[in-house]
Design a protein around this ligand. Structure first.
Ligand SMILES: Nc1ncnc2c1ncn2[C@@H]1O[C@H](COP(=O)(O)OP(=O)(O)OP(=O)(O)O)[C@@H](O)[C@H]1O
Length: 267
């Protein structure tokens, strides 16, 4: 049986009157690259923050490799490397110092720190610029540095919130190349949110599409597209699930097909 890296059941989170996440069930298999997609405000970051234990779960269960995140927060955090949307690298430190800081924060044993920092910087292709101030790095290099920070503690699950936002195509490609390589070399599970449908299509094995706090469709990119139509793109899937006439039946991608048929009839 495939090991489950992330298991969420009935995840619910509100901010005052605002329901951000409304009963999310999610399974991410060990070793896969899983994409969580959805428009602004869909609830992706809130879901990610619950998974990474940065938000106390208001309701529902989160398990990371079988560890109950609410009951064992520290043990859960040790399993996760997290790259948030906001920049977290310090421009006044060198690349090496930035990663070394995370090695200390995440309790990498002193004797292993140098080699852990070296390995993490190598994995993201920043070895030759490790002694330069991060403030001199390009946007793509900073994102790769943040990847190295998340990798230095040797996590089993890498969680990336919009890892390529604001980068040019070369920077985006550089980040995805490194993710693919790390995944191939370590078998690490990757959970990623993105707004870029082309990236999700190309780099994620399975996807869940969120809208208004709920998961509206899930499946492989091919399954999701096929459910909409023979020549459909993921953008078409995205448009379909965010359509206000979309009817939720809890049947995942079959929803998409049903909605498409309905819109076809109406159109
Ligand atoms: N700390 C907070 N306080 C109040 N409301 C919040 C907070 N965090 C999120 N929300 C609200 O919860 C909803 C979901 O937000 P969330 O950031 O999870 O969406 P998202 O899918 O990650 O969006 P984006 O793609 O813009 O990052 C939004 O309506 C947002 O305004």
């Amino acid at each position: 049986m495939t090991e489950v890296a992330v298991r969420c059941r009935g995840l619910r989170q509100s901010f005052g009157e605002q329901v951000a996440v409304d009963g999310v069930d999610l399974d991410v298999r060990a070793g896969e690259v899983f994409g969580l997609l959805g428009p602004n405000g869909a609830g992706k970051t809130t879901t990610i923050r619950a998974i990474t234990t940065l938000l106390p779960t208001a309701a529902g269960v989160v398990e990371i490799f079988g560890v109950d995140a609410a009951r064992h927060k520290l043990a859960t955090r040790r399993l996760i490397g997290y790259v948030p949307q906001q920049l977290s690298a310090d421009g006044s430190l060198t690349g090496w110092e930035n990663v070394a800081l995370f090695a200390r924060l995440f309790d990498v044993p002193r004797a292993q720190r140098r080699s852990a920092v070296r390995t993490a910087l190598g994995a993201v292709g920043l070895t030759t610029v490790a002694e330069r101030l991060a403030g001199t790095y390009s946007g793509g290099m900073v994102r790769r540095l943040e990847l190295a920070q998340a990798l230095v503690s040797g996590p089993k699950l890498l969680v990336l919130d919009e890892p390529t936002i604001g980068l040019d195509p070369i920077g985006r490609e550089g980040v995805w190349d490194r993710i693919a390589q790390i995944r191939a070399e370590t078998g690490m599970t990757v959970l990623v949110t993105t707004h870029y449908m082309d990236e999700a299509d190309q780099h994620c094995e399975r996807l869940a599409l969120m809208h208004r706090g709920r998961i509206r469709a899930r499946g492989t990119p091919a399954e999701l597209k096929a459910a909409v139509g023979p020549d459909a793109t993921l953008d078409d899937v995205f448009r379909t699930i965010t359509d206000d006439t979309f009817e939720e039946t809890g049947e995942g991608m079959r929803d998409v097909r049903a909605t498409r048929r309905t819109s076809g009839r109406l159109g």
